[in-house]
Design a protein around this ligand. Structure first.
Ligand code: GCO
Ligand code: MG
Length: 402
């Protein structure tokens, strides 16, 4: 059995997605997500120029060997572009293997450890009142875990909050917009937000919050401590984690559980964080961290240290990645929670998928492979449109972390 052809498909049904389709000489094909928000064309170029030509003629069932070939064999290891390209091929090969075995990928991984996956949705508002309303709406929709973000008085725009109530998409068409940031305002405001939410809904639903890498370690420690009375499920991306040791300081000061890793691309990015039990949830995703083959290594390592998974699931991870995440989560013994930021209706039409939301959980049927498709004719009607995440600047003009 041989890989005959690999196609990269770039489409923008409301936002940009890159997909690989690996075709075999026996008619079976597999899909993989290769979307790297704001750097989409770098990954498709890397695949087209440097990955795809090397894979034609290889046996698609040799998933591990192809992974090692693309990682070790390239000499240049790691990095988001490389690891996203490897992830896309890896996902597609697992999809093929599942179809050949006539089994879902979760069966190939070792079978179901659970029947459904707890998910968290995004409640956001331009102010506290709107955020509390959004939390009520999520509870009515069945969510058992809810991330809460709110606008900050004095800041014209804050990450995680849409222009109007409801849908939020972080990337914007055109060149990167600039947004102001002021940590002092945010720190004053955020504990009050959670007090209002807990007063309104009580302690039953899980609440989460994303600090989006904006804080220094000591500021993050202060926030974690201030949020303790509101019993958060997690505080996410409290500080940038290139310096993994930074989390030690936060950990020493607060019992608020910590999650990090949506921008990580290999096990080396979280080795100390996990090995020293400095975090509680690892957020690496299948699309950005080398696919199922590599993320399985991260999850197994995390399990040894009582760290659970809490994968990134924003709109820039395509339904192909979500399908892989659902298969993975059904298997992973240390699954914790899955982020769910629903795609728009057109994206769901371009990528028909089997997974679905039911009463606060994601479920899927016993379908072969990943359980996701691409409507290529529909995808072709929506070509790439330049779009970027915003950038953040402090009030004096300094660049800050977005
Ligand atoms: C999240 C994220 C996203 C990211 C986006 C970047 O927790 O869902 O922080 O909103 O900013 O996915 O590509
Ligand atoms: Mg985040």
């Amino acid at each position: 059995m041989k890989i005959e052809r690999i196609q990269t498909i770039v489409t923008c049904p409301g936002r940009n997605f890159v997909t690989v389709k690996v075709m075999t000489d026996q008619g079976v094909y597999g899909l993989g997500d290769a979307t790297l928000n704001g750097r989409e064309l770098a990954v498709s170029a890397y695949l087209d120029a440097h990955v795809i030509p090397c894979l034609i003629g290889r046996d698609p069932r040799c998933i591990e060997d192809i992974w090692q070939y693309l990682y070790r064999g390239a000499y240049w290891r790691r990095g988001p572009v490389t690891m996203t390209a490897i992830a896309a091929i890896d996902m597609a090969l697992w999809d093929i293997l599942g179809k050949l075995a006539n089994m879902p990928v979760y069966q190939l991984l070792g079978g179901k450890s659970r029947q459904r996956l707890l998910v968290y949705g995004h409640a956001n508002g331009r102010d506290h009142e709107e955020a509390v309303d959004a939390v009520h709406r999520h509870i009515a929709e069945g969510f058992k875990a809810i991330r809460v973000q709110s606008g900050v008085p004095g800041l014209s725009k804050v990450y995680g909050v849409g222009k109007q109530p409801g849908h939020y998409e972080p990337a914007e068409k055109g060149l990167p917009p600039e947004e102001p940031w002021d940590t002092a305002l945010y720190l004053r405001h955020t504990p009050e937000l959670f007090r209002k939410v807990r007063d309104a809904i009580g302690f039953e639903p899980h609440l989460l919050h994303d600090a989006h890498h904006r804080l220094t370690p000591i500021e993050a420690a202060r926030l974690g401590k201030a949020l303790e009375p509101f019993s958060l499920f997690w505080l996410e991306d409290a500080t940038p984690a290139e310096d993994q040791d930074a989390f030690r300081l936060i950990r020493q000061h607060t019992t608020t559980p910590l999650a990090v890793g949506e921008v990580f691309n290999s096990i080396w990015d979280c080795k100390d964080l996990i090995g020293n039990q400095l975090i509680d949830f690892i957020r690496t995703t299948i699309v950005h961290a080398g696919g199922i083959t590599h993320v399985r290594r991260i999850a197994d390592f995390a399990a040894m240290h009582q760290v659970r998974t809490g994968f990134h699931g924003a709109t820039d991870l395509s339904p192909v990645c979500m399908a892989a995440a659902v298969n993975f989560g059904l298997w992973a013994p240390n699954f914790g929670i899955q982020e769910l930021m629903p795609h728009n209706a057109l994206t769901d039409e371009v990528f028909p998928h089997n997974y679905r939301f039911e009463d606060g959980y994601l479920v899927m049927d016993e379908v072969p492979g990943l359980g996701v498709e691409i409507d290529e004719a529909l995808a072709a009607r929506y070509p790439y449109e330049r779009a970027y995440l915003p950038v953040a600047r402090l009030r004096d003009g300094s660049m800050w972390n977005w």
